[in-house]
Ligand binder design. Structure first.
Ligand SMILES: *Cc1c(COP(=O)(O)O)cnc(C)c1O
Length: 466
């Protein structure tokens, strides 16, 4: 054994303590440090130091990371990072994630089945959390993009079943032209269609309701009627990123009486509305979907990367992803995870979700979701009362979509983001043709005190901008 490696092995508990101290210090500093460093230092632009010929051990690596990289990383685990839809990591989720690495399981087969069983137990809990029936099975993937890709891969195989071909065997071309209809799909849908050989051009935009990002069911009905006799795929959106609008899932499901389509619902973070009794109606009808995407590294507050893919057709899922090899188990009615996702080797990423659900339960996670919604509402009210800002949409759930009242150019919005940068991180977008900003609440730490700080920081930055 390499001498440095052997020395680290001899001091492993001590090194884990040192790492624990570094992690605890990072978390303790979250509130005080800038949310993002502005302007960002760019060590990436410097030439990389040479690969060490001989290493100096874990302690030296910890010191080098603390000096060179930790300051460059944002406080995205903290309460005022409102970019994208980011979430944080609850204490239990963090503990679960550490232990995931410590156990270093490849949880993909019944030949060594503990990890796979733990994943299945976690999926059962998640199904309950989102009010999905036992008709849905689920698998863990790395994020909503992979979940959408997996769901649409199953949809592709379903189209084949309808048309009497198998894309998994014969390729996507066997299907002929495919239509994937959606009102306001997330960008990852087009990416998934590219990956799956269906092509970005197979995405057919369907008009949304006036002033909304939710699909117009009557327009969807007409679009489906445009290609009679051809099965199609509908991607429903349960929580759009700009304004968290929800398609009417029941109305879409009712269209099945007249049209033949696979219903995939992208509920990446919108599914969490189901945890709040006052908002659960937004996800009514979710269970009727053939496949459902839910992200966990967003509003469940587990560390990156984690999402789940639910489907009612595990048989088709296994047809797409089966990985026949003599050293793996046979493909049964209850296939091993190796036969169900794009991955073969499979991190025990369910453990962080298991920990946080075990530690805080439905109530604990309901409280996080409802507090975040209340924070989004409050920020929406602050900005509505602030003459420097204009809200572009009602706060339906956890995102505030707003812009500068005076001259909302992309350049001025960038300047605003940078000026407010140490206190809050928001991300740019365009909504209804207007350059805008999004503040998305999904972190378990965020409180109303943070909202006041955020509103003040945005106000000060806008005032300076004039
Ligand atoms: C975040 C998001 C995605 C993509 O998720 P990743 O975890 O980044 O892959 C897809 N759809 C919606 C609605 C999202 O919010």
């Amino acid at each position: 054994m390499d001498r440095t490696l052997a020395a680290d092995l001899a001091r492993l508990p001590e090194l884990l303590d040192a790492t624990r101290d570094a992690a605890a210090a990072t978390l303790a500093a979250l509130d005080a440090r800038p949310v993002v460093s502005v302007p960002p230092p760019h060590p990436a632009a410097e030439p990389a130091p040479p690969l060490p010929e001989h290493g100096a051990g874990t302690e030296a690596a910890l010191a080098a990371f603390a000096e060179r990289w930790a300051p460059r990383l944002s406080a995205s685990a903290g309460p005022r990072y409102l970019g994208f839809v980011t979430g944080g990591a609850t204490p239990a989720a963090l503990a679960g994630d550490w232990l995931t690495a410590a156990h270093d399981q490849n949880s993909n087969s019944a030949l060594d089945g503990g990890g796979q069983d733990l994943e299945r137990e976690t999926v059962t809990w998640l199904r309950d959390l989102f009010h999905l029936s036992a008709a849905h099975t689920g698998t863990f993937v790395s994020g909503a993009t992979m979940s959408n890709t997996t769901g649409l891969a199953i949809a592709r195989e379903w189209l084949g079943e309808r048309l009497g071909v198998s894309p998994a065997e014969d390729g996507a071309a066997a299907l002929g032209p495919v239509r994937v209809l959606s009102g306001a799909p997330h960008s990852s849908i087009a990416k998934a269609l590219s990956v799956l050989g269906l092509g970005r051009a197979s995405l057919v935009p369907v008009p949304t309701l006036p002033g909304r990002e939710a699909v117009d069911p009557a327009a969807l009905d007409r679009a489906l009627a445009d290609a009679p006799g051809r099965p199609a795929v509908v991607v429903a959106n349960a929580g759009t990123v700009n304004t968290v609008d929800f398609d009417d899932l029941r109305a879409i499901t009712a269209l099945r009486e007249r049209h033949d389509f696979w219903l995939h619902t992208d509920a990446a973070f919108g599914a969490f509305a189901a945890l709040s009794p006052a908002h659960a109606h937004l996800t009514d009808g979710l269970d009727a979907s053939d496949s459902v995407c839910v992200d966990l590294h967003k509003w469940l507050n587990v560390p990156y990367d984690s999402a789940v893919q639910f489907t009612r057709r595990r048989d088709l899922q296994a047809r797409v992803f089966q990985n026949a090899a003599t050293y793996l188990g046979p493909l049964s009615d209850d296939p091993d995870l190796v036969h169900l996702t794009p991955e073969n080797s499979h991190r025990l990423r369910a453990l962080a979700a298991w920990f946080t659900l075990r530690a805080y339960g439905r109530e604990g996670h309901r409280e996080i979701v409802e507090r975040d919604i209340a924070c989004a509402r409050s920020l929406g009210e602050f900005l509505t009362q602030d003459p420097y800002f204009t809200a572009l949409a009602p706060v339906r759930l956890n995102v505030v979509c707003f812009t500068l009242t005076r001259s909302p150019t992309p350049a001025r919005l960038t300047a605003l983001r940078e000026a407010a940068g140490p206190e809050v991180f928001v991300t740019p977008t365009t909504y209804a043709g207007t350059p805008a900003l999004r503040a998305a609440f999904s972190n378990w730490r965020t409180t109303q005190a943070d909202v006041r700080r955020i509103a003040q920081a945005l106000h000060t930055a806008a005032k300076e901008l004039g």
